[in-house]
Design a protein around this ligand. Structure first.
Ligand SMILES: Nc1ncnc2c1ncn2[C@@H]1O[C@H](COP(=O)(O)OP(=O)(O)OP(=O)(O)O)[C@@H](O)[C@H]1O
Length: 732
């Protein structure tokens, strides 16, 4: 495996990560860093804890710093995109249409939407012109000619003429039979005769009759090569390479058109706006925007960026953290002082962008971390992210191209795929895991919670019983211990879960553990329950009802080891990186519509090659739980959702079955003796530490490195001696 420097990283960055103890890149870094440095739009999917943050931050920092350095030293050039030759116009297309870097291939990967575009030049006045379109990928497409006023959906308005794969010609929304149908690998010749005002087409050299007489109202208009695609890809040849089927009868390729008949597209420039290439970048216009779903994650990524870039100076890289909980006035001041990288949460970011306090005019990298949560989770920001994307120029005057980077441990989701199709440019998928998987550093066990078999909850629930306070969902129910009444058993499950958490902590002598609860009230109750166990039982809560400062402080306390247990809702399920946490407890499983949260939750352990154990308490009977649709913070409506209330019956058995099916594993069941299957886990594991053989391998590697250093030094000395003898020989 190559070291960081061998991936093309700047020595300053390689040294910074080495000082953090990172000797070798992880697999995702090995793949992701060169792809981003190489200019690709990248979708990264890898297991939790596999080092994705470094995989996108390091190359982004590098490119940005080089840009800053080149700007400072005056090395940056102004790009002449669209001014030279004929190609596709990236400024004149549907946003869902991708155009390759050479601007000759166009693709729409959307199965439902038509996406159209045009060339960067058109012809007018007189002459006979020709270009070829090769169908590279099947799907639907129409090709032809259009004026700059035409709609992108070619042939649906009276400014464009098209010929479609189904063997129809189209103009002004009328579709009539014409020529033949065409498909993948067919080459369509598009003919425009401005002398006799007609248009016709050919397939693989076979010319068809005149398709259209150009309408009288358009005879003085300029015509541009135009096309529209649905889940298809086209390669255009305007004459810059030899035509597969050269035109006859006086027609010429567009590249041979006389300059006095050629017009450049009026749609040319930065996102439609005219930008002065020599204008200075405003202070509040970052080169990179990173969106994170929560403030905790944003802070973590921001801190990594600061650490990574600590060796970069002249110029230094200015990173700003933007999100709720930090006074907005301070953030605006920080941004106005100058910013290169903004790491932010969506709400505050959208707010500052709307107020134009953050300008998107110079964004070079747009990164969506934990993308599935951003587009699909409760925040569902896909529309706003799309709006943001539309505002960012695709090209900068220095020729740099906007790069989109999308990553998560659970990327295989319709929302993300749709986002990738609409915003990314032939994205490179670096998928180190296929469908969701759990790293083999994470051991999972399930402990069934059966209130019929274990009646201890009846005693625990009594006034003297010291059981956990439950969520109050059964406070209005007639509970009858020793009956099989559903409400009674559901209450029993809640009490038993509180007890089992304490048992597990005692059994494994847990000094550090993340405890996931379903709701905020469950977290608060668990916090009190843990406190009750004794002064050494220290814990903090992380959920949406705690204010931002408290959350930051609580996370700090847990990370620093000041407290042992972090109790949280799914807010902390993603991305939070606490070094070497050995245990995760799921008091309740995520519901079926949130299965990926299971992967994220248990991925808080087993990070950076440390072993971890995830214990899930799974009720054997249905549990009635809160499912608030209202915004009422003190809602007590225990009626079921389908009766207008805020409660549901939750089958954890079913959720577990779905999780197992999703991951393709059967999780080992254990009793409350927590008899973890030793054979399967080879008995040598210490949770929170590396596996014995890997740790030994690392020691071996570093010893080898030390030995090699000595040998290299010796070789160096020998080489110097050899050179000296050579010079002496020459001199004598
Ligand atoms: N090359 C490396 N060598 C050693 N440790 C590393 C390396 N890369 C990352 N780490 C460490 O591994 C841990 C996990 O990294 P990171 O938080 O980037 O994972 P992730 O893939 O983003 O996880 P998640 O999907 O849960 O967000 C961190 O503590 C990080 O410091």
């Amino acid at each position: 495996m190559a070291a960081f420097a061998e991936l093309g990283m700047l020595p300053e960055l390689a040294t910074a990560v080495e000082e953090m103890g990172w000797m070798l890149p992880t697999d995702i870094q090995q793949e992701g860093i060169p792809a981003i440095l190489g200019g690709a739009d990248v979708c990264m999917a890898a297991e939790t804890g596999s080092g994705k943050t470094g995989a996108f931050c390091l190359p982004v920092i590098q490119v940005i710093w080089e840009t800053l350095r080149d700007t400072k030293t005056g090395k940056k050039k102004v790009h002449k995109f669209g001014e030279e030759g004929w190609n596709l116009n990236v400024f004149d297309r549907d946003p869902t249409l991708s155009v390759d870097r050479e601007a000759y291939i166009a693709e729409s990967s959307h199965p439902k939407f038509w996406s159209g575009g045009r060339a960067n030049k058109g012809v007018f006045n007189k002459g006979k012109y020709y270009y070829e379109a090769t169908i590279v990928k099947d799907g639907l497409c129409r090709v032809g000619w259009a004026t700059p006023k035409a709609q992108y959906n070619l042939g649906t308005c009276s400014n464009g003429y098209g010929f479609g794969g189904t063997g129809k010609k189209s103009y002004a929304g009328n579709f009539d039979d014409y020529g033949e149908s065409f498909e993948r690998n067919d080459v369509i010749g598009c003919y425009l005769d401005l002398d006799s005002h007609s248009i016709h087409f050919a397939k693989n050299g076979k010319e068809f009759e005149i398709a259209f007489k150009i309408s009288q109202s358009l005879v003085n208009a300029s015509f541009y090569p135009a096309f529209v695609l649905k889940n298809s890809r086209l390669k255009l040849n305007f004459g810059h390479t030899a035509f597969k089927f050269p035109p006859k009868k006086g027609y010429v390729g567009l590249t041979s058109a006389s300059p006095d008949c050629v017009e450049s597209s009026p749609k040319n420039g930065l996102g439609g706006a005219t930008a002065d290439p020599n204008a200075e970048r405003p202070n509040s216009a970052p080169l990179c925007i990173i969106l994170e779903p929560t403030m905790e994650l944003a802070r973590q990524t921001h801190e990594q960026i600061v650490l990574f870039s600590k060796k970069l100076d002249s110029p230094t890289l200015r990173a700003v953290l933007v999100g709720g909980g930090i006074p907005i006035a301070k953030q605006i001041k920080d941004i106005e002082a100058g910013v290169d990288v903004v790491t932010c949460t969506p709400g505050r970011a959208f707010d500052l962008i709307d107020q134009e306090k953050i300008k998107l005019t110079h964004v070079r990298f747009f990164v969506l971390d934990e993308a599935d949560s951003l587009v699909d989770g409760p925040q569902n920001c896909s529309r706003k992210i799309n709006n943001m994307y539309q505002t960012i120029p695709r090209f900068q005057p220095d020729g740099s191209i906007l790069q989109m980077i999308v990553c998560s441990a659970t990327l295989h989701n319709l929302g993300v795929e749709r986002l990738a199709a609409t915003t990314m440019h032939f994205p490179q998928w670096i998928d180190l895991k296929g469908q969701d998987t759990v790293p083999d550093t994470v051991h999972q066990i399930v402990c069934p919670v059966d209130p019929v078999a274990d009646k201890s909850w009846i005693r625990l629930r009594s006034k003297s019983g010291n059981g956990i306070t439950t969520d109050g969902i059964h406070s209005g129910d007639q509970l009858r211990p020793n009956s099989d009444n559903a409400e009674t058993l559901s209450e029993g499950v809640k009490v038993l879960k509180g007890e089992y958490v304490v048992k597990a902590i005692r059994h494994f002598k847990m000094d550090q553990c993340i405890i996931f609860c379903r709701t905020k009230i469950d977290c608060d109750n668990m916090e009190q329950h843990i406190f009750k166990q004794g002064p050494e039982w220290t814990c903090v809560c992380l959920h949406g009802d705690r204010n931002a400062e408290e959350r930051t402080e609580n996370l700090r306390k847990f990370k620093s080891g000041e407290v042992k247990y972090l109790i949280c809702t799914d807010v902390a399920a993603r991305g939070i990186d606490v070094h070497g946490v050995p245990f995760v407890i799921n008091v309740t499983l995520p519901s079926s519509d949130d299965i990926s949260n299971y992967v994220h939750r248990i991925g808080r352990v087993g990070r950076a090659d440390r072993m971890g154990l995830a214990i899930s308490f799974v009720s054997t009977v249905p549990e009635k739980v809160w499912y608030h649709k209202c915004r009422n913070r003190v809602c007590k409506n225990t009626a079921l959702v389908n009766k207008g209330g805020c409660a549901i019956w939750f089958s954890e058995k079913q959720s577990l079955a779905e999780i197992e099916e999703h991951l393709g594993v059967t999780v080992a069941r254990v009793s409350t003796d927590f008899d973890v299957p030793v054979d399967e886990y080879d008995g040598k594991v210490v949770y929170g530490r590396r596996r014995a053989n890997e740790a030994a391998m690392e020691v071996g590697l570093s010893q080898a490195a030390v030995e090699l250093t000595g040998i290299v030094r010796e070789l160096n000395t020998l080489e110097r001696q050899l050179q000296l003898s050579y010079w002496k020989l020459l001199a004598s």
